[in-house]
Ligand binder design. Structure first.
Ligand SMILES: [Zn+2]
Length: 597
């Protein structure tokens, strides 16, 4: 048994999340975590909402809310959506907790003490008319990288690049349109060049990574520059140094605190579990492994910056140093990055309303229909396009006609003719072949999930579904009225295949595997689901969270093993309800109209 940290990118709490967000890493990471639990590993799946930085402030301004109110509003919406999709987080929390603030400040202090944080003069913007600091979000201009004309002082919403206000072409104050004046002021920088050798050495020990991540990261390491970690902002984690900690206009840069969230969320989980030191099993045990899931726009933070921060906190960069109060921490085992999902040939864009939110999707379709599409056709290794026609086809032709049909036909025939799982007679060659194929699919599908090849993995599972459907068609048990013994053997065989497949399918399609489990006469929880719990902040003072907030958590300790379990003849069976819903082709036009309206 290994301790497996499954770390998912932190969704930004400035609006509801669309299906592109969950396609890239939410569902694939959940498939991985569920599978690893079934293999007997001690998995901890953590994340939360990323609630600091300019985009939250801009969203709050636009809704007339305080930043904390906007963050709380979208935190709740996102928690509910991830719950509805069945993502089995051990803890999905947020970055505005006292625990997170403490952990971030602890790591900053360790990095600072080890000499990896530089204080440098840099150009900051002030308003000429008031003489006051002009926060990043109030500066707008043209992006020097992509030419987008409303890029903000710290980020371009078009190309996603991080910026400095001084980088903007023709910068203007969004408050009164004046051109800001740039004056020298102090800011803090992470000394990335001090980690060049250590990062190269670490990267050389990594195996099995997707080639795009390795190539991208190696390119990054060729040109490391100190990276700013503080901003002119009044919303975020205060800088824990004398003369800085009380300043209202300087905060740590949002990305610096967000990547530390993986660690702080694990610590929060441990504190809530009643064993405050339990987090160390995933972060300090040298045998533990950690998998980080994200979209390709976030590779840099996980394959370069976060490992550099961990090296610095461990005292393992070029300047040496000592581990801090948290001790020596594990670097990522693997950085699993996905590509982008587009929608009907266009990029998702909330502002241009090319979007389908998770919530709206799940109001009309089942979570497993979406999960199936994402697993089978998601942006795993290349950008992929979501179309409603393809969603309809995959749902009706593959999920309903393939897997759903296999379940319903075999359970219905056994229920009608035997009222129970029939007692098999002697197996024939064709029966043994099917059962060997379903048993073999545990290794085949499992190996692929273990390598995060979810598309290939579900393809392999669906091949076994097709083999079972072919077995039914070839043996035609509905024509065996005269030979109940053979009919019972055939139906037993196909039900055993269905039972194995419900296990193999459960990491991808947990909701329907639970239903299949019940159709086969099983009791209790087969595929455990997360639940929303209202909790109080563990710490007073620091942090910004007022009152109870929702976290996603769950008890996944009793998952079934990743193996074939013999069916028990005589288990009563009822006439089955359909596992999946067939969709009417008219949804395609309806949805496209909705998108264009
Ligand atoms: Zn840009």
């Amino acid at each position: 048994m290994t301790h497996v940290l499954t770390a998912l990118a932190w969704p930004y709490a400035n609006g509801p999340r669309h299906i592109g967000h969950v396609a890239g890493f939410g569902v694939p990471a959940d498939v991985f975590a569920r599978y690893m639990r079934m293999r007997g590993h001690d998995v901890l799946m953590v994340s939360g909402t990323d609630e600091h930085g300019t985009p939250i402030l801009v969203q709050a301004d636009s809704e007339g809310l305080k930043p904390a109110e906007a963050a709380a509003k979208y935190n709740r919406i996102i928690v509910e959506d991830l719950d509805a999709l069945g993502l089995s987080y051990d803890l999905f929390t947020r970055t505005t907790t006292g625990n997170h603030y403490k952990t971030v400040q602890e790591l900053f202090s360790t990095l600072y003490g080890n000499g990896y944080i530089l204080q440098k003069k840099t150009l900051g913007a002030i308003s000429p008319s008031t003489g006051r600091t002009l926060p990043d979000r109030y500066i707008e201009g043209t992006c020097p990288h992509c030419g987008f004309d409303s890029a903000r002082g710290d980020q371009c919403d078009n190309c996603g690049r991080q910026l400095d206000p001084v980088d903007l072409i023709d910068p203007k104050s969004r408050i009164n349109g004046e051109t800001p004046k740039f004056v020298e002021e102090d800011h803090f920088f992470l000394d990335l060049p001090a980690f060049a050798d250590a990062l190269h050495a670490w990267l050389d020990t990594r195996t099995g990574w997707r080639t795009n991540v390795v190539r991208f990261t190696k390119n990054l390491l060729d040109d490391l520059q100190p990276r700013p970690i503080s901003r002119d902002l009044d919303w975020g984690v205060p800088i824990p140094l004398d003369g800085w900690v009380d300043r209202k206009d300087k905060r740590l840069y949002v990305w610096f605190d967000a990547v530390i969230g993986y660690l702080s969320a694990t610590i929060e989980w441990a504190r809530r579990s009643g064993d405050p030191d339990a987090w160390q099993r995933w972060w300090r045990d040298p045998e533990a492994v950690s998998y980080y899931f994200m979209g390709k726009d976030n590779i840099v933070f996980h394959s370069e910056i976060w490992p550099a921060m961990l090296l610095g906190a461990n005292g393992e960069g070029a300047k040496g140093g000592e581990p801090g109060a948290l001790g020596k921490l594990n670097l990522p085992t693997e950085v699993v990055s996905s590509e982008f999902l587009t929608m009907e040939g266009r990029q998702f864009s909330s502002s241009r309303r090319v979007v389908i939110y998770v919530r709206d999707f799940l109001e009309r379709y089942s979570p497993d229909a979406l999960r199936y599409y994402i697993c089978a056709a998601g942006p795993e290794n290349q950008d992929s396009d979501f179309t409603w026609a393809e969603f309809l086809r995959r749902n009706n032709d593959e999920l309903v006609a393939g897997w759903g049909n296999l379940v319903n036909r075999s359970v219905a025939m056994a229920a009608k003719n035997f009222g129970a799982v029939p007692e098999p007679g002697e197996l024939e060659q064709v029966d043994r072949e099917l059962l060997e194929a379903t048993r073999a699919s545990f290794d085949a599908v499992g190996d692929l999930i273990g390598q995060n090849k979810v598309r290939a993995a579900i393809g392999e599972a669906m091949k076994t579904v097709a083999a079972a459907n072919k077995y039914l068609a070839d043996t035609a048990p509905w024509k065996m009225k005269e030979d109940p013994k053979r009919q019972g053997t055939v139906l037993f065989t196909v039900l055993q295949a269905v039972s194995d497949l419900k296990t193999v399918m459960s990491p991808f399609l947990p909701h329907s595997s639970q239903k299949v489990h019940e159709l086969l006469g099983g009791e209790g929880v087969f595929a455990p689901m997360p639940r929303i719990e209202e909790v109080d902040d563990l710490d007073e003072g620091a942090g910004a969270t007022d009152g109870p907030y929702p976290v996603l958590t769950g008890d996944y300790s009793d998952v079934p093993k990743w193996e074939s379990v013999p069916l028990v003849p005589g288990t009563p069976l009822d006439k089955p309800v359909p596992v999946f819903a067939k969709l009417d082709p008219s949804i395609v036009d309806e949805e496209i109209e909705r998108l264009n309206s």
